[in-house]
Design a protein around this ligand. Structure first.
Ligand code: DP6
Length: 339
């Protein structure tokens, strides 16, 4: 079989970030990027990554541009992801990757989730692999765990899986966004790139946190509770279990050596703000990932009041309001140039 392509092949895709309500933290296999726990997320809608992948035999190396700038830092992970696609297609052809985010990169807004989901979908189309969404999810997982979930829209669960080869550690959609539309207000408290990325943070936690085993042992019950809350459209129940999972993940990471402290003063002030609103009867809860942004999840009827209250919190730079969105999808290549 030829290991080159006869013509340049390109395609573009859009994926939205997702926010975990029941968190992924920790790996059971570093090479296959398999998680120690299952996780459950919601996919957003107005925040997106758009990525074009162009395979071309004339290229001597992969290239990556993010928001118009050459991104040398991301190139290694990009090439590793492209290698998985190339291996599937049986080619060695290098690729040019052009990516745009409409939100800050690397600041706890899951840009790697939408980024790798879009890249896998575009790369699959460019190479004519015709992968199923489940196969795309497995490949995206190997590039960045949370990317497995951004292949799908709405409420999504990513299974821990049992197989050593990880082929059953795949995300599946639980419920469409339209079946229970929630609103999300993202309180941005810093646009700086985070100091310790998720992979490094997870590995340090696994090596040094005394709470690692308790985290693993208690996850399945949290997942079952969140699934039941979603099936019943029970907001209070989902709020309780989601805040619990968020705080438990941060407690686990805080107890690493040295401790991982992803919050700044404004993050903590925003947590108190959300707790205060909920005490007054507003249907809202918070969740926070490996960065200083707070995501307030609420019923749409509370969205305007939640966003207004977060804007008043000292240190909150901006509040981005969004709903729940659909799956990753192919887009015309021209859409990227127009972005
Ligand atoms: C805190 O998916 O970025 O957002 O697999 O190492 O790329 P890698 O990690 P990543 O971790 C996300 C961690 C989290 C929780 C979550 O999204 O479930």
């Amino acid at each position: 079989m030829s290991t080159t392509l006869d013509v340049s092949r390109r395609a573009a895709a859009q994926a939205q970030p997702n926010i975990a309500l029941i968190k992924y933290w920790g790996k059971r296999d570093l090479r296959l990027n398999l998680p120690v726990v299952g996780s459950l997320s919601i996919t957003l809608d107005t925040l997106w990554t758009r990525t074009e992948v162009r395979f071309d035999d004339a290229l001597s190396a992969d290239t990556m541009t993010l928001n118009g700038k050459v991104d040398a830092k991301q190139l290694k992970r990009t090439s590793a992801c492209l290698d998985l696609l190339r291996a599937r297609a049986g080619v060695t052809t290098r690729a040019e990757v052009i990516s745009e985010n409409n939100f800050p990169t690397g600041a706890g807004l899951a840009s790697s989730a939408s980024g790798f989901a879009a890249m896998v979908m575009a790369g699959d189309a460019a190479l004519g692999l015709r992968l199923t969404p489940a196969e795309q999810s497995v490949l995206a997982r190997r590039c960045s765990g949370s990317a497995a979930r951004s292949i799908f829209g709405g409420y999504v669960e990513w299974a821990h899986g049992q197989q050593a080869d990880g082929e059953d550690s795949v995300a599946t959609p639980l419920l469409e966004a339209a079946a229970w539309p929630l609103s999300v207000a993202v309180a941005i408290t810093s646009t700086a790139e985070k100091a310790i990325g998720s992979t490094e943070g997870m590995n340090r936690t696994a090596d040094t946190s005394p709470y690692q085993q308790a985290w693993i042992d208690s996850q399945d019950a949290d997942l079952a509770e969140a699934r039941a809350a979603i099936a019943a459209r029970d907001f209070e129940r989902l709020a309780d279990i989601s805040e619990h999972s968020c705080l438990k993940m941060h407690a686990l990471a805080l107890a690493a050596k040295p401790g991982l402290l992803y919050w700044n003063a404004a993050t903590v002030a925003a947590m108190h703000c959300v707790r205060g609103l909920r005490a007054k009867g507003l249907p809202v809860f918070f969740t926070i990932d490996a960065g200083p942004q707070l995501k307030a999840v609420c019923l749409p009827s509370a969205a305007a009041a939640v966003a207004a209250a977060l804007r008043e919190v000292p240190g909150v730079l901006n509040v981005v309001e969004t709903g729940l969105g659909g799956p990753a999808r192919l887009i015309p290549v021209a859409d990227l140039a127009a972005a």
